[in-house]
Design a protein. Sequence first.
Length: 118
Amino acid sequence: QVQLVESGGGLVQAGGSLRLSCAASERTFNIHAMGWFRQAPGKAREFVASLTWIRRSTSYADAVKGRFTISRDNAENTVYLQMNSLKPEDTAVYYCAAALWAGNWNYWGQGTQVTVST
């Protein structure tokens, strides 16, 4: 059982930056990938970015390409989401997730709120 704990959310003005962190509770050698999703009020949860753990292949939603960067820290079993040039439409609860195999997100964090003001 992998537990994921997110941190780093908050309130920022449009054009600003935030970095989210997601710490896994145990070694991640069984994990295929980790990713970030978000859910805005009244909307469905949507994919933001993912990173495969061995090959370090990244994938991004079109809405965040060129502004967000996903990365990992081997030693701390932590994945990050660097968010730059934030827009009000990025406002959402951001969730970290871990997949044991491709296409199946098995574990989820509790979420962290990101609010971008105009």
